[in-house]
Design a protein around this ligand. Structure first.
Ligand code: CDP
Length: 223
């Protein structure tokens, strides 16, 4: 069974989904982390042309696991959990994620992963394209200013991105939203049957409780 949360960058999807996974004792899947891992591979391979890059995909060995509040990602045996949050990955990820062949690869990985357990997953197109039959669909949103502030504060706590200003964070979110919403292949879009949660002005605890209530009303998970 899968519950999905879609929405724009920095809307609080992943921190909310992780907290819900902990409280309801279910699994968590971070679809953006997988696009970031593929983007990391592209950068590590010296940014090859599209067809050369796509030829590498069949060789990709991707392992993911959610433990200790962290979605771990291993690529070809190397732990790249931290590297995928670096600014160079963040700047290129929406371009790599716009390639239909890459989306097909990531979707196949995710559909296979969730077969045997209860998952909550966050992304852009999970409710529309990847899991149209999800048990429950949430669409989280917040104003660009609020999302930029939250992401900036988050980045301040990691050393890998030191030096990025609030304005740069805001520009990056805005640019990624634009690319994610306008791409031809599975753009960011609210599914018709998704429940919208606008988190502007809400505390983290309020948004988590609101979504848990919705989940429990509809799915009555035992935990
Ligand atoms: O955490 P943040 O909102 O910054 O982004 P993310 O969830 O790590 O996703 C990074 C990028 O991957 C997004 O900006 C999208 O371009 C892409 N992505 C996607 O195309 N489809 C998804 N289901 C998830 C992410």
């Amino acid at each position: 069974m899968i519950i999905v949360i879609d929405g724009p960058a920095g809307s609080g999807k992943s921190s909310t989904a992780k907290e819900i996974a902990n409280r309801l004792k279910i699994q968590y899947l971070d679809s953006g982390a997988i696009y970031r891992a593929i983007t990391y591979l592209w950068i590590a391979a010296d940014k090859p042309e599209k067809n050369t890059f796509l030829d590498l995909l069949p060789e990709v060995d991707l392992e993911t696991a959610y433990k200790r509040q962290t979605f771990f990602v291993e690529l070809n045996g190397a732990d790249i959990t931290k590297n995928i949050r670096n600014q160079n990955v963040t700047e290129s990820v929406s371009d790599i994620a716009s390639l239909p062949e890459i989306r097909k690869f990531v979707n196949g990985y995710m559909r296979n992963l969730v077969l045997d357990d209860v998952y909550i997953a966050d992304g852009r197109d999970l409710g529309t394209a990847v899991f149209p039959d999800a048990a429950l669909k949430i669409y989280m949103d917040a104003s660009l200013d609020e999302r930029a502030k939250r992401r900036f504060n988050e980045l301040q706590q990691t050393d890998s991105t030191a030096g990025v200003s609030l304005d740069e964070v805001k520009q990056n979110l805005n640019e990624r939203d634009r690319k994610d919403q306008s791409r031809a292949a599975d753009p960011l879009k609210k599914a018709d049957d998704a429940i919208v949660i606008n988190t502007t002005g809400k505390t983290f605890d309020e948004q988590v409780s609101e979504i848990i209530d919705i989940i429990q009303n509809k799915l009555k998970l035992k935990y």
